[in-house]
Ligand binder design. Structure first.
Ligand SMILES: [Fe+2]
Length: 358
């Protein structure tokens, strides 16, 4: 029997057992989201169709995965706050020289486009990534962009510096020997969040869409640091979230008294990165605290949408809520958002291919 609570139907279901399993999965996924909210209803409808096909094509993805045996049991000692956590349990990546230089160029009001092009030119990997991004479907330049100088000229200083900062920052997220985090999923989620945030910002003319792209790329840095710093804590958070059927950030708040968003804001602030990136990371799970800036709200919506569309981290099977006030504050209509969804996948795949480490 199909759950009578569901308000959606599959197109031509062929396997009733899988249909029921996929609906159960989706109902749990959206259990903390307000299904009366139109955007949630749209994402839920898309999810049931997607999950059904994923369950048919890749059933192993949906089986419970064993805990990592190499990870010790968590000590149970909670940090006094994000700063205390960073002091004692640090797996914070060191900033590469090129990232420091990009940041300095951004923070120096006297910097010029040629300073930026010069910094980019020093790193061949960055040059390749910037040129591929500038020639990607994210932009529709009529000519081929073949040098960093040309890329900076066409994109503009702000946009090019944002892209350079985001591109190099992604390389901080590396694979470690025993990782609780599935790095490929983390990368894809970060890129998906960046693309969706950027496209929302573009659609409602918030200006400087690349800033939202970078906010999306970096929004979960606190999660990376928690999961890489203390793997036994990561396993415990994962267990707690799944046992209590709650989202990861709720499990973090219950266990630690703060969440990865707040921690990420502290890290990005300490790095002297632009304020908009601090606000977006710190507020992406509590956008109501940062209403005067659109950054946290846009990244909150983009993060939710990315996970609902399947670009999740594979940590918790519950999405958490989406803040309707943040949605209203951004001012995007449901129809406009619906129109954007098909482009998301195309852009995410292309940009993942450009930026992924493999
Ligand atoms: Fe998050």
């Amino acid at each position: 029997m199909v759950d009578s609570n569901t308000d959606f139907e599959l197109k031509n279901p062929v396997n009733v057992e899988v249909q029921e399993a996929s609906e159960e999965y989706v109902n749990k996924l959206f259990s903390k989201s307000n299904s009366d909210f139109e955007v949630v209803a749209i994402l839920k409808k898309l999810a049931v169709d997607r999950i059904y096909h994923e369950m048919i094509e890749n059933p192993d993805e949906f089986k419970e995965k064993p805990h990592l045996s190499a990870v010790e049991r968590w000590s149970g000692v909670t940090p006094a706050g994000p700063r205390d956590f960073l002091k004692k349990r640090i797996a914070l990546p060191a900033l590469p020289q090129v990232l420091i230089q990009i940041r300095n160029v951004i923070n120096d009001p006297d910097s010029s486009a040629s300073d930026l092009a010069e910094v980019i030119s020093m790193d061949p990997k960055l040059v390749a990534a910037i040129l591929r991004l500038a020639n990607s479907a994210m932009y529709n330049f009529r000519t081929e962009v073949d040098t960093p100088t040309r890329a900076v000229a066409l994109l503009g200083f702000k946009q090019a510096s944002s892209l350079a900062l985001g591109t190099v920052s992604l390389s901080l997220f590396k694979r470690s020997k025993v990782s609780v985090l599935e790095l490929e999923k983390f990368w894809k989620h970060s890129i998906a969040c960046g693309i969706i945030a950027q496209e929302i910002a573009r659609a409602v003319n918030l200006g400087d869409p690349e800033r939202f792209f970078v906010s999306g790329l970096l929004h979960d840095i606190g999660l990376y640091v928690i999961f890489e710093s203390e793997k036994s804590l990561a396993v415990e958070l994962k267990r707690l979230a799944n046992e209590a059927d709650e989202s990861l950030y709720d499990a973090e708040r219950d266990l630690l008294g703060f969440d990865h968003a707040i921690l990420g804001g502290v890290i990005i602030k300490d790095w002297s990165f632009p304020r908009s990136l601090v606000i977006a990371a710190a507020g992406h799970h509590s956008p109501e605290k940062a209403n005067e800036d659109p950054d946290a709200g846009v990244v909150h919506i983009a993060d939710y949408a990315a996970r609902a569309l399947g670009y999740d981290l594979g940590i918790s099977s519950v999405l958490g809520g989406v803040d309707e006030a943040a949605w209203n504050h951004i001012g995007i209509t449901v129809d406009k958002f619906k129109e954007l969804i098909p482009q998301f996948e195309v852009l995410i795949d292309e940009i993942f291919e450009i930026l992924s480490p493999a």
